[in-house]
Structure formats: structure tokens, C-alpha cells
Ligand binder design. Sequence first.
Ligand SMILES: [Zn+2]
Length: 358
Amino acid sequence: MSKQFAWPKKFALLLALCLASCPSPAHATFINGQNYVPLADWARANGLKCSWFKRGDEVVATNRTTRLVFDKDSRMVEVNGTDVALSFPVAADGGTRLIAQMDLNTTIRPLLFPPRFTDTKRITTICLDPGHGGKDTGNHTFWRSEKTYTLALALELRDQLQKARFNVIMTRSKDAYVELPDRPALANRRGADLFVSLHFNATPTGKNEVEGPQTYCITPVGASSTDAQGEGANFGATTANRAEQKSLLLAYQVQKSLVRNLSAKDRGVRRARYAVLRDATMPAILIEGGYMTHPVESKKIYNAAYRHQMAQAIVIGILTYQRLVSPPLPPSTNHPVAKNPMANGMSTNTISTKNHPR
Ligand SMILES: [Zn+2]
């Protein structure tokens, strides 16, 4: 091959390597200060085939084990059937669909290529945080208070986790008020391996339509939260950002399990810098188990059998996460087996939810 043609080939190889791993690939475009790259180029470099639907507004990237669905101008991506919030919307440059490099680094890559077996220690202790308590009732619909049902779910989940041989710490085990910073502080002090905060949701509008669980983990540095409540991209790094990738993976596996095992609507994995998340030193998530304002879902939340099922789904999500990051279990351990963790999810909607402290 002459020198004249050798250079483009080398350049193509360099570009492919760059798209797979470099923070600033050759085709970067800056939109609102963010570095965007062509979605199709990134997909190709990572062994995924792209198909375009809805006049190119929907891009589906697939291979034998993965299916990603991106929508133009949307901050939600479907990852193997479960909705996950991106930090920035998918953009367009003419007919080319673009994705923020930050989203590839902080959301897509950690989910597609999880950090397998990186924990030297198995997960033994889990801190459960039943939302609200005492003078803080949480959401209140008719005569029902959120604090009652977060505690009921936490007690159920505690029993099931203990049966699965985990040690469980509770930030509260009765109707008591606990300051928000004290909750992750307890988990940090007691050396918990995971932190799981439990809440139920409410919406001021669309009460008949808005339903389903959603699971939060910490917002990446430099991004706005999914439902930014006054804090935006300028918020600095938090303690929780150190365990950000594992928190995302835990949130994803728990959300997937909740949607599949409860046959619930998928409101997705979302990002927030909630006070109970941002100070945790271990992987930390906040589960909104469903809507107390929805006429059908609320009745389920108030039902002990449904909360038992919800706790089972959370345990399955935690065990699936554990299998991804921890060394294999000793043969004698008899843990429940997760059903297919790649179950299909459903689309989400974007109606904002009522603000309550967490
Ligand atoms: Zn709450």
C-alpha cells in the first residue's frame, strides 16, 4: 500500500479506538457546552448495529445481547427494556443523531460493561432507610401517610434480606423522626455495603395516569438531576460520586426487577442529589415504590401481600447486582435465584412529581 492510502486507514483505526474510549473523539460537536459524538459511530465502534425508525427520530442500537433505544430530544434511553435517564438529551445535526460523551461515560458504558467482580469483599451489610417518620409524614393522601408504608416495606424487606443472609441496619424501625444527614451517616458509621432508601410517590396532576416505581441514584458531576429541584449542573462532586457507577448498576437491576416482578409501569432509573444519597460512601439508591395518588396502585401499596412482593423484587435486584460485582458465592449458600434480569420494561412519562424531603 502506498503512503498516500496508508494514512486514511490508520486514521480510521484511530477514530474507531477514539470513539470507543477517548473523551474527545474526532467528530465531537459542542452543544450547550457539552461534547457530543455521532451515536451511530459510537455504536459501530462498540459492536452494535443501528436501525432508524420514526423518520430517524428513534435510533435502535442492537447486538446479540444488547438493545438500546434512543429518541431524538429525549433524556431517556431504553437499556434492554428498562428506561434510564441520560444527563443530556439526544441531539440532531441534520440527519445525524448525537449523544453526549458524558452520557456514554457515566450511563451507557457502566451499564453495558459493568465492573465485574471488582469488590474484594462480598456484600454483607445493607442499610435500609424507611423514608420520613415522626413529625415528617411524607406524602399524605386522605388519611394515609407515606411514612407508615415506607416503614412497613422496610420491615418486610429487612426480614427477606435477613433470610437471604444479609445483615440489615435500619435508620429507623419505628415511627420516629430522623434528620436526613443522619441517615447516610449511620450507614457510613456502621460500614454498610449498600444503602437503600424507601419512599412512595405522589403527583399533583395526572393522578389517574401517573403510576409505577422509579429508582434514583446520584447525579453525575457536571449534570443536572432528572428532576432538578433548584440544583443544576454546577453542583460539585459529592461523596456519593465515588461509588457512582455501582450505584447506577444497583439502581438499574432493582428497577428492572421491580417492573418485571410487579408487572408495573416503568418510570425508569433517574438521577438526583437527594440529601440521603449524596453523603453515602457506599452504592446508594432511593426507590420510589409507586404512586399513593394513583387510584389502583395506591391500593396495592396499602396491601401487605403486594409489599411482600415488592420486597422480593428488591431482593432479587440486589442479588443480581451482587452477582455482577462480587466474587462468586460459596456453593453452600442458598440464595433466591433471580428470574431473567433482562426483562422488558415500558415507556416512561415526564410529569413532574411532588417534592418531599429525602
Ligand atoms: Zn418520600
